[in-house]
Write a protein that binds this ligand. Structure first.
Ligand SMILES: Nc1ncnc2c1ncn2[C@@H]1O[C@H](COP(=O)(O)OP(=O)(O)O)[C@@H](O)[C@H]1O
Ligand SMILES: [Mg+2]
Length: 381
């Protein structure tokens, strides 16, 4: 039986981006110490953590030394290499556990698990070799070919309109395994962020409605205004996943709400999620504090949300005319600005986000978009 890890202990974080940063903020607020491991220096997480260990993920001596110094470990990305994970596990517990990572870091395993748990997923074919492309017929397209591993923010996936385009897409992806998913004609995309403790208790955020731009999350809003039956079904699916996979920690379920009204699971992320960033300001306990509580064996916190809320991502694109006009954002007195401390603003790179609250979800979304537009620096530099 795992022990409770109380404030004052040291938490280890694998990966040093914004998810690790917000985890570190939540952990520090609760009085924990945080060590972070990644190949980067002066990283978003390292700027907050007590110790930033800079080493490659395949430097297993450095991994072992890191793990010996911490009481428990979590991660902020699902592509944690297997030998790294095994090394960490020799010295400290890792949550969510290795079996969760193994499933969620590979699209074929993930979809196969979901199907076996009776959960509806996007129709798909597993592609292990060029021969498997022969199985694809006109009923399977339009579709999207996705690498089985390492994809994020729409990277590692190619949309195909017809069977003829399949071969070129497979060659372009140049990977060992992939899935071909049928293109889903959806009304909306939703997510549920779930937390589960050592004792099996669960808490949920959402559903949260997500709109994407260029395959990258753009705006998240909650509540969604969808019928209660849809919201309840999404949460029950998330509950089943948490229980069947025996997750300890935080995991996000991404859904499509298809135009026929059916919920389909798109993918899982075994960590806090971009769509859950609004919980930092809009909910009594945020997804990152929930991650700390869950991995430490503390009771989970309340997920009550006093007011409708919206979050807008701030991508590097906003920097195209120079530094955004932060004073205009700060001037909106109830707006919460989050910047991740990244030095270089590249197109499509997540640099920060902003969160607003309002009386209705629509109003919150409008306010978030307007605030983001006001940030664009219009004065020629
Ligand atoms: N089968 C599909 N049908 C329609 N849209 C899709 C499909 N698969 C992906 N998309 C779009 O691309 C986005 C990113 O795809 P996803 O599989 O979630 O990969 P990742 O988030 O890892 O980049 C989705 O949120 C959705 O907007
Ligand atoms: Mg996704």
């Amino acid at each position: 039986m795992s022990r409770t890890i109380l404030p004052g202990a040291t938490l280890g974080m694998l990966g040093s981006g914004q998810l690790g940063r917000m985890f570190a903020v939540a952990a520090k607020r609760l009085g924990y110490r945080v060590h972070v491991f990644s190949p980067d220096k002066d990283s978003p997480t390292g700027q907050i953590a007590d110790l930033e260990v800079q080493a490659n993920y395949d430097d297993l001596d450095a991994v072992a030394a890191f793990a010996q110094d911490v009481d428990v470990v979590s991660y902020e990305f699902e592509n944690v290499p297997v030998d790294m994970l095994e090394t960490v596990e020799r010295y400290a517990p890792v949550y969510p556990g290795g079996h969760v990572l193994h499933t969620a870091q590979h699209r074929i395993r993930e979809k196969t698990f979901l199907q076996s748990a009776g959960i509806p997923v996007t129709p798909f074919h597993a592609i292990h070799s060029a021969e498997d492309l022969q199985k694809i017929g006109n009923a399977d397209v339009p579709g999207v070919l996705k690498t089985a591993t390492l994809g994020y923010d729409g990277k590692g996936q190619i949309k195909i309109e017809s069977v003829d385009e399949l071969k070129a897409a497979w060659q372009e992806l140049n990977c060992d395994e992939a899935v071909l998913e049928r293109w889903v004609d959806f009304d909306s995309e939703l997510s549920v962020v779930a937390a589960r403790g050592h004792d099996g208790t669960t808490e949920f955020y959402g559903p949260i409605a997500n709109s994407h731009s260029n395959h990258i999350l753009d705006i998240s809003v909650t509540p969604t205004g969808l019928p209660e039956s849809v919201a309840n079904e999404a949460i029950e699916i998330a509950r089943t996943i948490m229980t069947e996979l025996n997750v300890v920690g935080v995991l996000c379920v991404e859904f499509f709400l298809a135009s026929n009204g059916k919920l389909l699971v798109n993918e899982l992320a075994p960590r806090p999620h971009n769509s859950g960033h609004l919980t930092v300001d809009a909910h009594v306990t945020c997804q990152f504090e929930q991650q700390v509580r869950a991995i430490c064996g503390l009771p989970l916190g309340a997920t009550t949300q006093p007011r409708p809320s919206a979050m807008a991502n701030l991508l590097g694109d906003l920097w195209q005319n120079g530094e955004p006009d932060w004073e205009r954002a700060i001037a909106v007195s109830d707006l919460k600005l989050h910047l991740y401390g990244k030095q270089e603003a590249r197109v499509g790179r997540k640099m920060g986000h902003l969160t607003v609250m309002a009386d209705t979800p629509d109003e919150a979304a409008k306010k978030a978009r307007a605030a983001r537009e006001a940030l664009v620096n219009n004065s020629p530099s």
